[in-house]
Design a binder for this molecule. Structure first.
Ligand code: PAF
Length: 281
């Protein structure tokens, strides 16, 4: 496995692989790998791609009060895990490599980014799409792999790829969970034991909501209320939002039909956790 820190080096690696007729699969990450990241890498590997993983804690997608400074990092462990999976190259740029002095160009997907997480994290998705487009331009992947836990991010990246005619297939893969249902996230390390015990209620509330829909409930309002009541029963959970949306374009719904995503965000101690569930009606 090769490790590159410079844009010119990873570009040269990709150029050589493409000359050999290889398909390039990119797994963009912020590091501190968990089984969710590893599942993305395995899928890329199993698809026969030359797998490039990027590790970059992108300052542009963190708000001023957010956890950029404390975001967990462990490069040596990440490299060992990627190596075990058979990743071909890891790209670990420094800030100056990604955003040299005078950097002033951004890409923003409108509308889709105004609700859900976008409402609580102003500028976040602009930071995500800017860095993802830069990574796409640097690595020129044929496929790029994202987890469905960040569901809005996945929809936003797909929209950017469509709107800007990018030649990359966006592959979304299911959320990987702890045995008790908590969605894997690098931010789960912020949870103390009490908070960790409370956190699986997020997924339990989504499963209960799905059950109600399967049993015939068609009111988004009632589904939101049900989840809110369940989460209110746990004092360690402070709900940020609960949204019931059409799954492809995140349009609000008055009546539940088609493919639906129920997405939520909550503060549990220092951690801001997100989760979602897809339901077919
Ligand atoms: O999901 C993430 O880890 C990040 O938002 C991403 C896609 C790597 C961009 O920084």
């Amino acid at each position: 496995m090769e490790v590159f820190r410079k844009v010119a080096e990873i570009k040269e690696f990709v150029r050589q692989k493409k000359a050999q007729g290889k398909v390039i699969g990119l797994v963009p990450t912020m590091g501190y790998f968990h089984l969710g990241h590893l599942a993305l890498m395995r899928e890329a590997k199993n698809s026969g791609d030359t797998v490039v993983v990027s590790i970059y804690v992108n300052p542009l997608q963190f708000g001023p009060q957010e956890d950029l400074a404390s975001y967990p990092r462990d490069e040596q462990r990440d490299l060992a895990l990627a190596g075990e999976i058979g990743v071909d190259a890891v790209f670990i740029p420094a800030d100056a490599e990604m955003y040299p002095n005078g950097f002033s160009t951004y890409v923003e997907v409108e509308q889709l980014t105004s609700g859900l997480c976008g409402q609580f994290r102003p500028g976040h998705f602009k930071g995500v799409t800017t860095v993802v487009l830069k990574l796409f331009n640097i690595v020129t992947p044929d496929r790029a792999y994202f987890g469905q836990k960040d569901y809005q991010q996945l929809v936003v990246v797909r929209k950017m790829a469509e709107d800007l005619n990018l030649d990359v297939e966006i592959v979304g893969l299911p959320t990987v969970r702890e045995p008790d249902g908590l969605a894997l996230s690098s931010r789960n390390v912020y949870l103390n034991p009490e908070e960790r015990k409370a956190a699986p209620l997020l997924q339990q509330s989504l499963l209960k909501a799905k059950e109600e829909i399967v049993n015939g409930e068609r009111s988004p309002e009632k589904i939101r209320d049900l989840i809110a009541r369940i989460l209110q029963s746990e004092p360690l959970i402070r709900t940020e939002y609960i949204e019931v949306r059409e799954a492809r374009h995140l349009e609000p719904l008055e009546y539940l039909e088609g493919r639906i995503v129920i997405a939520l965000a909550a503060r549990v101690g220092k951690a801001r956790l997100i989760d979602n569930i897809l339901v077919e009606v």
